[in-house]
Design a protein around this ligand. Structure first.
Ligand SMILES: Nc1ncnc2c1ncn2[C@@H]1O[C@H](COP(=O)(O)OP(=O)(O)O)[C@@H](O)[C@H]1O
Ligand SMILES: [Mg+2]
Length: 314
């Protein structure tokens, strides 16, 4: 990467009262890059975003947007657009009216506003809903209108806090296309998400934030390969919930319960396909009938579990 970074965060610290929730975060973003910030609830993602937006004076470290301090210099914030987690639009106004309002608030010259609004509508694929009030839009369109409002003043950095909340599966594809389109015209995108599949599909780099520290950062595929090498994920889906005796068998096989679902068990294995075949035989012998056994490449989900479980050692 040769372009100079649009965003530099060095050693950012933030405390709410006596609780320190950012413990020295470093982050750099370049134009045309998508960075996904991952981490459990309460990790400090939104606090980091607020710090980047100049909402607080950092208790330590520094933030630079295009070389300028967003807390001290209002003008530094014009290179930044934020689409917050909660839809921040006027519900009774149409998409176009919202964009006009946001453009005025960003102090765009009046003459430039119509073209800026049209551009934001096109980039977010909301042209066909331009004259519909926000409250009548689907979750997916509201999300994209929220992004349109964040980019109407043509910022170099776009920040999206949990953009998939309230967006159904079908509409996510459209959202991802919009985010990629912005990246392709050189906008740097920083997003937080719970949706690890979205992060995998979109992000050039991901960072895992845990208890206010960035504990892992890099290109998704490189991180996965580094963590798991040639191992494959073996997933066993059972017909029903296993009883205690069956659970003991599964645990003895080195399987762990996948989050949320009692009938889905997982392990990582070298030699994945062959080992899945042997596993199937042994489970059947023990009276456990798998409904399905899948073998696949490890994902950010596996990496996320690894990072979340890891004791705060390093
Ligand atoms: N305004 C606030 N006052 C006090 N504590 C807060 C405030 N906002 C967030 N926190 C706490 O700071 C921690 C990080 O929160 P947040 O940055 O919202 O995390 P995330 O976005 O990763 O879920 C959490 O423990 C949260 O409860
Ligand atoms: Mg948050």
């Amino acid at each position: 990467m040769t372009a100079s970074p649009i965003l530099t965060v060095r050693g950012a610290v933030h405390a709410y009262g006596d609780r320190t929730v950012l413990q020295g975060v470093d982050l750099t973003l370049s134009p045309g890059e998508i960075y996904a910030l991952l981490g459990p609830n309460g990790a400090g993602k939104t606090t980091l975003i607020k710090t980047i937006c100049g909402r607080f004076r950092p208790d330590g470290g520094e933030v630079r947007l295009n070389g300028r301090d967003p807390f001290r210099e209002n003008a530094a914030r014009s290179s930044l657009g934020l689409a917050p987690q909660e839809i921040a639009l006027y519900a009774h106004l149409t998409v176009a009216e919202n964009l006009e309002t946001f453009a005025s608030l960003a102090r765009m010259p009046r003459r430039a506003i119509p073209a800026a609004v049209q551009r934001a509508l096109e980039l977010t694929r909301t042209v066909d809903r331009a004259h519909v009030p926000i409250r009548h839009l689907s979750g997916g369109y509201q999300r994209r209108a929220n992004i349109a409002a964040a980019i109407v003043h043509e910022p170099a950095l776009l920040i999206l806090d949990e953009p998939t909340v309230g967006v159904d599966i079908d509409a996510r594809e459209a959202l991802d296309t919009v985010i990629r389109g912005l990246r392709d015209i050189g906008v740097a995108v920083l997003l937080t998400t719970h949706d690890l599949d979205q992060a995998r599909a979109l992000a050039d780099r991901v960072g895992f934030l845990r208890e206010g520290r960035l504990v892992l950062e890099g290109e998704p595929q490189a991180l996965i390969t580094e963590a798991f090498g040639a191992r494959m994920e073996v997933l066993v889906e059972l017909l029903g919930e296993p009883d205690a005796a069956c659970e003991a068998v599964l645990l003895a096989e080195g399987l762990a319960k996948a989050a949320r679902r009692a009938n889905l068990w997982v392990r990582l294995d070298l030699d994945g396909y062959a080992s899945a075949g042997r596993l199937d035989k042994r489970l059947r012998k023990a009276g456990l009938i798998p409904r399905e056994i899948r073998v696949r490449e490890p994902s950010l989900h596996n990496l996320f579990s690894l990072v979340s479980d890891r004791k705060q050692a390093a």
